[in-house]
Each structure stands twice: as structure tokens, then as C-alpha cells.
Design a protein around this ligand. Structure first.
Ligand code: SF4
Length: 391
């Protein structure tokens, strides 16, 4: 087990000014970055707090009772979030994912969801509004989230065995309650597409070689044929506190081998540009994909980077724009809304200017980086914490 590193500087304090360029950029219309990638997926963190302490994201030793969470006054309020979301949508965003920390801890989240669900896209295509949660509050909230306008939900669940689950999330929360949350989401109709098919209810499992490999097959057995898509995520070197090392990573290729010991799989096409997961369908006795059996996905940021069509931007809880999950600093958009005369067109121009310069592709470059530039070493600019900008 590698040594845990306690952050010396608070990443959240570092911010670049989001300036309104002298030559304004059109307030609407698609944007592309310096590698030709569009901006179509926005992840919005609505809180930096969580009731779990997953050791790959918010290790208990760091995020303890003395950790300085952001005061409420610092957080973007719902009107500010909605104002920014409208600007991003005008610039081509078609998918908004609410994240955290644990987003369901943010009070009255349904009010925000209602506001976001009412945003019209310039071309009339519906906005895809989704949310990632640890499922702890989902059983209680699924129906009100759906009624407020949420389309889909992704639930994090790192095993079916309570002891293994506890070893990953470091709190005494029973698996059964998360499974109840998933069932409530299904009953509420979260994840139903326009044809009434259950295509958008997903479960994500982070795989650590040292902890939960023995949960891969039980999870596959449990969700196969349920209509719920299970995805396996390679353990990532996010942030500066999780003590990441390559030895703890189980490559997705091995995850697929594990499943194929029991269930034949066939590779499937990506369902949308910029999709992070590689899709594998369960095959029937003839070796053909059987939609009734469903599919699994693998998200392989470490061994099969997918930066080349990364169309994702992240908005932190207090309004900083991050261009990569492994970024070291963000652009302060809140300062353009508080105590500033900036118009929506100015903000759109600033965002366009920032995105145009984007050249992030950390996962592609990871392997070529000198060893001491690992995000957990003290010599490099620290990466922002995943719990602060959402996964
Ligand atoms: S490493 Fe950064 S650029 Fe690459 S896929 Fe992840 S978020 Fe996108």
C-alpha cells in the first residue's frame, strides 16, 4: 500500500481569471478546442461534501472533521448555476451531469433540476440531464428527482459484499440500501429513453486490484438481464490524496477476461461521440449480442486513454471551470457574475476563449510523464480533487 500524501496547498484557492476577450467570441454556436474537440458535455459539482469516504476519491485521513469544506456562501446558488448552464447550452452543451461530492446532499436539488430541465437548446434537441450519486439517498429521492425533470442517473457501487463495500467507501453503509435506491430509480422511470426503453440507468464500479476484484463476477451476475448497465472503472490517479499507484490498477482487459470466464461478450459500437465507456454486450448461445441480457462497459482512463474526443468541461461547486479531470487549476467564472457587469454574451465569450485554448489530454500523456510527476508527488502542481469537480 503506497504512502498517503496530505495536501500542503489547497487547490481550490488557485484560480485563473476568466477574462472577457477584447475580440468577443460569438455568444452562441459550437466551440472546438485546440485539438478540434467540441464542448458538449458539462459536469456541474453542486457540493464538495459527501457522506461516504471512498478511498480512491475522499480518503478519510484527509477529508476528516478538520477538513475545511467550502462555506455555503461560496457555492454557486441555483440561479447562478442555471445562468451559466444556459450560456454553455448556447455554446453546444447537450448533456449536463450533476455531481459532487454527493449531489443529493445539496438541499432542494429538485429546484435546480427543474430550472435546468427548462433550458431550451438552440436547435430544440432535448437537454440530457443526468446525475451521479452514491445511492445512499436515492430510495427517498428518486421520484422527486424524476418529477423535477431528471432523465437518468448513474449510481456508484463498488461491490455486493458488505465488507468489501465498506473497505472501498470507508463508512458503515449497507449495500442493500444502495440496491434499494437503484430499484427506486428504476420504479420512478429514471433511465427510460423516449421509446420507454430502460437504457439510461447505470451502475459504476471502481476496481482496485487489492480490494474488490472478487466482486466483478457477482456484480455482473446481479445486473445481467436487469436492463441496468454495469460499468467497471479503472482506478485512477485523480487528485493528490488517494495514494494511487499502478500496482493497484486492474486493466479493463483483465476485467473483461474475468467476466468471459462465465459469460460470453461481444464488443459493441460507441453509442455517442466522446463516450467514456467501451461497450460489451452479453452474447446468446449463438455468440450474438442479446439486448435482453444487456451490456457492460469499461472505462479505461489508465490503460486505454480516451482524450482524443473528450468533450467534457467541469464546473466546480463555487464556479471554477476545469478543462480536465486531472487539471491543476480552473478559471473563475463566478467573478464574472458576482460584483461584475458582465453580460451573458461576455460570459459566453470568456468561456469560448478558454475552451479554444484547451489542449488537455492528461491520460494520453500519463505514461510518458517522468515518475516524479505523479500527481501524488510533492514536486508537481497538485491535481484538483475529484470530490471537488465531480468524476
Ligand atoms: S484525462 Fe482529461 S482530457 Fe483526457 S479524457 Fe480525461 S478529462 Fe478528458
Amino acid at each position: 500500500m503506497s504512502e498517503r500524501v496530505i495536501p500542503l496547498v489547497d487547490q481550490r484557492l488557485r484560480a485563473l481569471a476568466a477574462t472577457v476577450p477584447a475580440l468577443p467570441i460569438a455568444a452562441t454556436g459550437l466551440l472546438s478546442d485546440s485539438l478540434g474537440r467540441p464542448l458538449s458535455d458539462l459536469r456541474i459539482s453542486v457540493t464538495d461534501r459527501c457522506n461516504f469516504r471512498c478511498n480512491y476519491c475522499m480518503p478519510k485521513e484527509v477529508f476528516n472533521k478538520d477538513y475545511a469544506y467550502l462555506p455555503h456562501s461560496e457555492l454557486l446558488n441555483f440561479e447562478e448555476i442555471t445562468r451559466l448552464a444556459k450560456v454553455f447550452v448556447a455554446h453546444g452543451v447537450r448533456k449536463i451531469r450533476l455531481t459532487g461530492g454527493e449531489p443529493l446532499l445539496r438541499k432542494n436539488l429538485e429546484i435546480l433540476i427543474d430550472q435546468l430541465a427548462n433550458i431550451q437548446t438552440p436547435d430544440g434537441t432535448p437537454l440530457d440531464l443526468t446525475l451521479t450519486t452514491n445511492g445512499s439517498l436515492l430510495a427517498r429521492k428518486a421520484k422527486s428527482l424524476k418529477d423535477a425533470g431528471l432523465n437518468r442517473v448513474t449510481v456508484s457501487l463498488d461491490g455486493l459484499d458488505d465488507a468489501v463495500f465498506r473497505a472501498m467507501n470507508d463508512v458503515d453503509f449497507p449495500v442493500a440500501d444502495v440496491l434499494d435506491g437503484i430499484a427506486a430509480a428504476k420504479d420512478a422511470g429514471l433511465g427510460l429513453d423516449a421509446n420507454g426503453q430502460l437504457t439510461g440507468l447505470k451502475v459504476n464500479m471502481v476496481v482496485k486490484r487489492t480490494t474488490n476484484v472478487d466482486q466483478i463476477l457477482p456484480m455482473a451476475r446481479h445486473f445481467r438481464g436487469s436492463g441496468i448497465t454495469l460499468r467497471f472503472i479503472e482506478y485512477m490517479d485523480v487528485g493528490a490524496t488517494n495514494g494511487w499507484c499502478m500496482d493497484d490498477v486492474l486493466p479493463s482487459a483483465e476485467v473483461i477476461q474475468h467476466i468471459q470466464q462465465e459469460f460470453p461478450l461481444v464488443a459493441l459500437e460507441a453509442s455517442a461521440p466522446g463516450e467514456t465507456a467501451q461497450r460489451w454486450g452479453y452474447a446468446n448461445a449463438n455468440g450474438v449480442f442479446d439486448p435482453a441480457l444487456g451490456e457492460v462497459g469499461v472505462i479505461s482512463s489508465v490503460t486505454q486513454a480516451f482524450c482524443r474526443d473528450c468533450n467534457r468541461a467541469r464546473l466546480s461547486t463555487e464556479g471554477k471551470l476545469y478543462l480536465c479531470l486531472f487539471a491543476t487549476q480552473g478559471y473563475d467564472l463566478r467573478s464574472l457574475m458576482r460584483g461584475s457587469q458582465a453580460s451573458d454574451a461576455d460570459i459566453a465569450s470568456a468561456i469560448g476563449h478558454i475552451w479554444h485554448k484547451r489542449d488537455d489530454r492528461y491520460s494520453e500523456l500519463r505514461a510518458s510523464m517522468p515518475a516524479d510527476s505523479s500527481p501524488n508527488s510533492s514536486s508537481t502542481a497538485r491535481r484538483v480533487e475529484m470530490s471537488y469537480i465531480g468524476g
